[in-house]
Design a protein around this ligand. Structure first.
Ligand code: C2G
Length: 132
């Protein structure tokens, strides 16, 4: 069984996230998602609308996702890859090169981001609707 892992905040789930999760799952048989805790989001300077618990519940309902684990820091990836017997690490290519240190432990693939969508764009567009 080929095990894949990816990480993210996954706030306000949108088609960009779904495309990423779909492609990651298609590269293996089992997909684990490390979803950022609220505390780690603060370290990433990200304020998410949904709490960690709600982002976890939403991810667990996505057909491509087999397991969700917390992402609490930048340092846990090597342990996660080893402890979960991960074969492949996948991230969107906005992170290209940033996680190449994992190549000692598993395959690393960066996938093209989906254009014209992001959680930030959703928030901005909604703000404009509100302002009329
Ligand atoms: N993504 C994408 N296309 C978009 C938006 C996001 O492919 N239009 C991908 C990102 O590249 C990432 C995943 O969806 O692989 C989750 O995106 P975020 O929730 O923004 O994740 P991020 O805050 O970048 O956290 O340790 C890694 C970090 O936790 C990644």
């Amino acid at each position: 069984m080929k095990k894949v892992i990816t990480y993210g905040t996954f706030d306000l789930i949108h088609n960009g996230h779904i495309n990423l999760l779909k492609r990651a799952k298609e590269l293996g048989d089992y997909l684990i998602v490390g979803v950022s805790t609220d505390e780690f989001n603060e370290i990433k300077n990200k304020l998410s609308y949904h709490s960690y618990e709600n982002r976890k519940v939403i991810l667990e309902a996505i057909r491509y996702v087999d397991e969700v684990i917390p992402e609490s820091n930048w340092e846990q990836k090597v342990d996660d890859v080893m402890n979960h017997n991960i074969d492949l690490f996948v991230m969107g290519d906005d992170w290209k090169g940033k996680f190449d240190f994992l190549k000692e432990y598993c395959e690393v693939i960066y996938l093209p981001r989906t254009v014209d969508i992001s959680t930030t764009k959703i928030k901005i567009d909604l703000q404009q609707v509100k302002n009329g």
